[in-house]
Design a protein around this ligand. Structure first.
Ligand SMILES: [Mg+2]
Length: 448
């Protein structure tokens, strides 16, 4: 049997001895295996795309691991609608945060809706952030309640441009014969209802394919093309109205013109988590509208910001037009997402080995144990506090390596004969590695 050893050097030193068949994938090589998505901009009636059953054993490999931070959309991902009991999600979030996992809830609605339904009051050490109003506000929920920590205030000029842009877009749609109800004003955004008809007042996310087909039919019958064309129209009109960077999204029923979208929530979360030592490869992002709708970019896919490119993304939604290749589609709705959270809780409770974010800018990887180069490798991988320094030797015994520990200023011998005092070795166990063992060491450098 050949043994493979992976050492993770950082704040803590961790050793894995596993058989090759059970090796965890290198985080740098992880790529969510989403399904190929038709994205031709057309409205589709495909409703039976294959999805993975809502059971961890059949999930794509990138999901069968522990994550240190979880960002997820609320409506359609965590809950079926705003009326259901969310106590199961609350229990999992409070357990995960108590285990040190950081959680971010992302939603287009306001904090009262989310907090009123979730009612989570975590006590840490993991934090819970409620990122609401489609990227415009962030609250932290803790044992004392819910506290605002960031708000994007639209200027008076932006508010006026939002109103004018929405009015111009509505006028253009009405000119094509589309019946529209009055524009809805929300914090930092305006909403246009494309299907204000009986039966479509509040369609559940499970009917998304039917909804997109019905809206697409209405738009095509008036020569408006598709949802993507309406998004383009709204963007153009908002710019003409004076909005420099309009954020236009759609959930199939509404087209929203705003000053922020869900990308702002993720920018903030990724930066905050980075500050806690959680790099993007340790983050999972979940939604139910990752794939396009009527050719327009799915509103949840805005969560995949550039700094989250090494994160794992999943969708539990119906996704009538498939998902982008960077998203794993498991389907199953909120029940599947709850199972995912429960699986994460179990992995943390049983202390599954944490991964590291193998960022080439912030880590050094050394593969193999070459006797000629070993002293160089040990120096490269040294952990030092400024007082005590420990060479980066494997902590299992191997013929090619000699562990070292030195203390600054501690010498033995006199004058020309003096040399650094060899201190007791703490980073070695009594187990011997076979000579042909595969050794891989990663030094995870602290981020600024
Ligand atoms: Mg959703």
């Amino acid at each position: 049997m050949r043994i493979t050893v992976t050492m993770v050097l950082g704040v803590a030193l961790t050793v894995q001895v596993v058989q090759p068949d059970h090796l965890p994938p290198d985080p740098a090589e992880i790529a969510p295996n989403g399904l190929a998505a038709p994205q031709d901009g057309a409205v589709t009636s495909s409703r039976n795309l294959p999805v993975h059953a809502a059971h961890p054993q059949v999930w794509p490999e990138p999901l069968k691991r522990r994550f240190e931070a979880i960002a997820f959309d609320w409506d359609g991902t965590a809950v079926f609608d705003r009326r259901v009991d969310a106590s199961s999600i609350r229990v999992q979030i409070e357990r995960l945060t108590s285990l040190g996992v950081h959680v971010g809830v992302i939603s287009g609605t306001h904090v009262e809706n989310i907090d009123g339904q979730l009612q989570a009051r975590p006590t840490g050490p993991g934090n819970l952030y409620l990122c609401v109003n489609r990227g415009s506000e962030i609250y932290q929920a803790d044992s004392d309640g819910v506290h605002l920590i960031h708000r994007r205030e639209a200027s008076a000029a932006e508010e006026a441009a939002l109103d004018l842009g929405a009015q111009r877009c509505a006028a253009a749609l009405r000119a094509r014969g589309l019946t529209l109800p009055p524009i809805t004003r929300r914090f930092n955004r305006r909403k246009l209802d494309l299907i204000s008809m009986p039966g479509w007042e509040d369609p559940p996310k499970a009917r998304i394919a039917e909804l997109v087909d019905a809206v697409g039919e209405r738009l095509r019958s008036r020569g408006l093309g598709s949802l993507a064309a309406v998004v383009e129209l709204a963007t153009r009109e908002a710019r003409t109205a004076g909005l420099e960077d309009p954020r236009v999204t759609t959930d199939g029923k509404f087209v929203e013109i705003g000053v922020t979208d869900k990308s702002e929530s993720l920018h903030w979360l990724m930066e905050t988590w980075w500050g806690c030592g959680i790099g993007p490869a340790l983050v999972v992002i979940a939604g139910d509208e990752m794939g396009p709708l009527g050719g327009a970019r799915g509103s949840d896919h805005y969560m995949i910001v550039p700094e989250a490119q090494r994160a794992t993304a999943l969708s539990v939604g119906v996704e009538p037009e498939g998902v982008p290749p960077d998203v794993a589609h498991i389907g199953g709705g909120p029940a599947a997402f709850l199972t995912f959270l429960e699986d994460q809780t179990v992995r943390h409770e049983k202390r599954e080995l944490p991964r590291i974010d193998v960022d080439p800018l912030w880590s050094i990887t050394v593969t193999g144990a070459d006797h000629k180069l070993e002293r160089v490798h040990q120096v490269l991988l040294t952990l030092a506090s400024g007082t005590v320094g420990s060479g980066g030797a494997p902590c299992l015994r191997h013929p090619t390596v000699t562990p070292t520990v030195f203390v600054a200023g501690a010498f033995e011998g006199e004058r020309d004969e003096s040399h650094l005092l060899a201190c007791p070795i703490w980073q070695e166990t009594s187990t011997m590695l076979p000579r042909d063992a595969e050794v891989r060491r990663v030094l995870d450098a602290p981020r600024p």
